[in-house]
Design a protein around this ligand. Structure first.
Ligand code: ITT
Length: 195
């Protein structure tokens, strides 16, 4: 069976493929949106992570005729009242490096004990027969004072997972999957995908 990963974010594609393969989804042919160059940008018009993930998965399922999995994810920072949250990808309007700089600047005078944050991933699985499933995962920690490590993607170099003395960009792939928001959401949704 073919399954489409409904994302343009290459960091997410790497994680989705890895997590699905670790869950034993060997009978699945997991394809990315690069196989469908005619499909353009899907505007994220929803007002919740769930609405946006379903919007992306439903659109790609409809356009390809294949089961699709999408996520809407982001980082919610306590001292910023949950921002950038739903707008994490669009925070600076200029990509990952500028997003990270903007977040560090916004927290410039915030002490360690008030730098709590969590990553959230809401994953949606949509099949052509109308079956839909949505699952959420969270990953708690705090925002560092500078960028640390070169693994992962997005906000990983700024995020120190709870109980660990490193950033999530310093974790191995397996270590991140075991505790991450995407790993948790995908493990919850996998039984419905794998069947
Ligand atoms: P698609 O909509 O095509 O999937 P996107 O990058 O626009 O790609 P989102 O709207 O879900 O995806 O935005 C997610 C944002 O949160 C984006 O800035 C990511 O870098 C960040 N993010 C999500 N998961 C992350 C993770 O595991 N590590 C670091 N940053 C993450």
């Amino acid at each position: 069976m073919k399954l489409v990963l409904a994302t343009k974010n290459s960091g997410k594609v790497i994680e989705f493929r890895r997590i699905l393969s670790d869950l034993g989804a060997t009978h699945l042919e997991v394809v990315g949106l690069d196989e469908f160059p005619e499909i353009g940008e899907i505007e994220e018009t929803g007002s919740t992570f769930e609405e946006n993930s379903l919007l992306k998965a439903r659109t790609i399922c409809k356009l390809t005729g294949l089961p699709a999995i999408a996520d809407d994810s982001g980082i919610c920072v306590d001292a910023l009242g949950g921002a950038p949250g739903l707008y994490s990808a669009r925070y600076s309007g200029q990509g990952d490096a500028a997003n990270n700089e903007k977040l560090l600047a916004a927290l410039a005078n915030v002490p360690d004990e008030s730098r709590g944050a969590y990553f959230i991933c809401v994953a949606a699985y949509v099949r052509p027969d109308g079956f839909e499933r949505v699952e959420e995962g969270r990953f708690y920690g705090r925002i560092l004072h500078q960028s640390v490590g070169s693994g992962g993607f997005g906000y990983d170099p700024l995020f120190q997972p709870e109980g660990l003395n490193c950033s999530s960009a310093e974790l191995s792939a397996e270590e991140k999957d075991a505790i991450s928001h995407r790993g948790k959401a995908m493990r919850a949704i996998a039984p419905y995908i794998i069947g």
